[in-house]
Design a protein around this ligand. Structure first.
Ligand code: TRP
Length: 461
């Protein structure tokens, strides 16, 4: 690791905001590589800044095929504005047709934060789900479950453990000999969280998108790698043209794919598998399919790069019919972190740094009044030099959370920069909006309190 590399630690308190470097170092794709039909406020403002394989989800949505959304909550502390950003995105995906699964990470919270399962349940319902309901998640299309009471999540985590090792955990998370094993187990359970919605009992094969803060990306790298390693068929760009499919033979599939214990191939079995692949491709409408079992390849000359995800899905279904897991690597999106109210990092353990969704309105007003300002130290100077909205917390909170209207926001931005709007005025504008927004949320919470139980999946009741 080079000295100036960014380190992402999902359990740490340090948070890098060098987003360009994060994109290049971890191989994320910039949002500029995706065109969304109805971008949300967070997309339009560049707050959702990066993704992995989001086109897989967008394409499925446009084809009218289903897709799922999965996110998880750590039941500890109180829900704050930062957490609400994920729910904004979940809600948006839900409006685009996605079905939503929410993991309560009660096992993780117990193991890494010492919160009992009972307490975790209480916090999840009262702090988080109650607010999700008030924020407008659709109770008909949302399923909340607990890690501790969904066996397949734990089983998948255990099973996939076979395909990673401590070296990989060292590379991804920086673990060493002194690392507590809870920090090895928790990511494996999270792998189960992320992958299980694709299994037959939980919605079946479809793209799953995981909207998260960039601190969670290590878990996505792990999950995506593990899913790919179990796949029976590789789909890649063809050497000369099109898309090429090859077999990935391992312990679990060797006999089905025709590899005999002595290493030789059972030609008949192999040919059957290859005609299965060809059948899949012609079902997708391709006609120029070159199958070469001897070389172990099938080439589809007219398939484009963009077709790869559809081809992959088809082959995963085929893999399942042959007895494989057929797991598709999940997609993900990443958002910028809102700055803490004091200018430092937003953190549940430092109440002054953030607005909690439960804060009463007087507290909200007080916190914004004291928030870090991007204004000058005197009014004269401010009028002359202008303020800096990029670091002004009141402005930032309008942009991230409270102001829907892009044009009005642009006016505030230029008015502040030019010195027309004073720091105190910006704070007052933010207070008005915040009080409105949170006041409404509190009202909604009363009105939707009866829905909380209905968000729970059967195994969570
Ligand atoms: N580890 C996450 C956190 O610290 C919680 C979580 C568990 C999660 N499972 C997940 C997040 C699946 C996203 C997807 O907040």
């Amino acid at each position: 690791m080079a000295d100036d590399d960014v380190v992402i630690d999902p359990w740490g308190s340090a948070q890098s905001t060098d987003y360009d470097r994060i994109i290049s170092q971890f191989g994320l794709s910039s949002m500029e590589s995706v065109t969304l039909d109805n971008p949300s406020r967070l997309h339009r403002r560049g707050i959702v800044f990066a993704h992995r394989d989001l086109n897989q989800v967008v394409d499925a949505q446009r084809r009218g095929d289903g897709f799922g959304v999965l996110t998880g909550l750590m039941p500890s502390g109180q829900m704050h504005m930062g957490h609400s950003m994920v729910i904004d995105q979940v809600k948006w995906f839900q409006q685009q047709g996605g079905d939503v699964t929410i993991a309560v990470a009660d096992l993780e919270s117990q193991a890494t934060r010492g919160v009992s399962l009972e307490k975790g349940r209480e916090i999840a319902l009262q702090q988080y789900i109650a607010n999700y309901a008030a924020l407008g998640l659709d109770v008909e299309k949302t399923n909340v479950y607990f890690q501790s009471s969904r066996p397949i999540v734990q089983r998948l985590g255990f099973q996939l453990g076979k395909r990673t090792n401590l070296n990989e955990f060292e590379a991804i998370y920086g673990f060493g000999g002194e690392t507590n094993l809870a920090h090895v187990q928790a990511p494996m359970v999270q792998v189960g969280d992320i992958l299980h919605p694709q299994t037959e009992d939980y919605g079946g094969l479809r793209p799953i998108v995981v909207p998260v803060g960039v601190d969670q990306d290590p878990h996505l790298r792990l999950t995506r790698g593990l899913a790919s390693k179990t796949n029976w068929f590789n789909v890649n760009e063809g050497k000369n043209s099109g898309v090429t499919i090859t077999l990935s033979v391992h312990d679990e599939n060797a006999s089905v794919l025709g590899q005999l214990p002595n290493g030789r191939m059972d030609k008949q079995k192999l040919n059957e598998v290859f005609s299965g692949i060809v059948r899949c491709m012609s079902e997708l409408g391709y006609s120029d399919i070159q199958s070469n079992p001897k070389q172990g390849t099938v080439n589809v000359a007219s398939a484009t790069k963009r077709d790869q995800s559809m081809i992959r899905m088809k082959l995963l279904a085929y893999e399942r019919s042959l007895g494989g897991l057929g797991l598709l690597a999940p997609s993900s999106t990443y958002h910028h972190f809102a700055v803490g109210m004091t200018g430092e990092k937003m953190s549940s353990s430092k109440p002054k740094t953030t607005l909690f969704l439960n804060d009463d309105l007087a507290t909200v007003e007080k916190k914004i009044k004291r928030a870090f300002s991007g204004g000058q130290s005197t009014i004269e100077e401010h009028r002359r030099l202008g303020g800096n909205p990029d670091i002004d917390v009141a402005y930032q909170y309008m942009m991230y959370f409270f102001e829907e209207d892009d044009a009005y926001l642009a006016e505030l931005n230029s008015g502040y920069r030019s010195g027309q709007i004073l720091a105190g005025e910006m704070k007052q504008l933010c207070i008005d909006r915040a009080v409105d927004w949170l006041g409404q949320l509190h009202e909604m919470r009363d009105q939707t309190a009866h829905l909380v139980e209905q968000f729970l999946a059967e195994d969570a009741r």
